[in-house]
Design a protein. Structure first.
Length: 113
């Protein structure tokens, strides 16, 4: 793990606010997952069986559970090669933030008159 992104959703999970999040299954008294984080950038250290797109040593970015840890596990389809023009720190903030902005931005074919 080289870098991890922090977005508003992770901040809410870290603080336990709003309280409705706790009741929604994220842990009433304590967080369900001890290590937070979803956005990640780093180097592949090892692979599980059936992984074909990645190799040890590949520089990647994407999403996983527990990206604030020194090492984290990610699904193969949750990672992509890190563009050479992006530093790990820049790449780590892209996945969740970009998908959020893409989901909320108006699209050309959806625009009204």
């Amino acid at each position: 793990m080289h870098a991890a992104g922090l977005d508003q959703g992770v901040w809410h999970l870290m603080t336990g606010m709003p309280y409705a999040l706790r009741a929604a299954g994220f842990g009433l008294r304590a967080p369900r997952r001890r290590v937070r984080g979803m956005d990640v950038a780093g180097r592949v250290e090892s692979l599980g069986p059936g992984v074909t797109r990645l190799r040890p040593g590949d520089e990647v970015y994407g999403t996983c559970t527990g990206s604030f840890a020194e090492f984290a596990c990610a699904k193969e389809d949750g990672l992509a090669p890190r563009p050479a023009r992006l530093t790990p720190e820049e790449a780590a903030v892209v996945p969740i933030s970009s998908s959020t902005s893409a989901a909320t931005a108006p699209c050309a074919h959806c625009a009204g008159p």
